[in-house]
Design a protein. Structure first.
Length: 95
């Protein structure tokens, strides 16, 4: 099933919140990765998880050219992202 931008943003916020051990509400999808505290190691983890979950080859340059979760979600959606993991990974974050 094709993932919507909102679904991708929701998953990404939960995933990043889990990585950073922060509540999902603290993760602003329009904030730059630097402001969120996403360093290169966390960005690499996010990149791998995105590729596994959405089946889109996301080169590191694209991740840093789109340094917000909203921009990454748009990139993924525009490149045909499908949710290959489904709800099994969707509950990663803290509410």
């Amino acid at each position: 099933m094709t993932a919507t931008r909102d679904e991708i943003i929701g998953w990404a916020r939960a995933y990043v919140a889990d990585l950073l051990e922060r509540p999902v509400a603290d993760i602003d999808p329009d904030a730059d990765f630097d402001r969120l505290g996403i360093d290169s190691a966390l960005a690499a983890s996010l990149l791998i998880e995105i590729e596994d979950r959405y089946g889109v080859d996301l080169p590191p340059e694209a991740l840093f050219a789109n340094p917000t979760l909203t921009a990454v979600a748009s990139y993924l959606h525009d490149n045909g992202a499908t949710d290959t993991a489904g709800a099994s990974h969707g509950d990663a974050g803290r509410q």
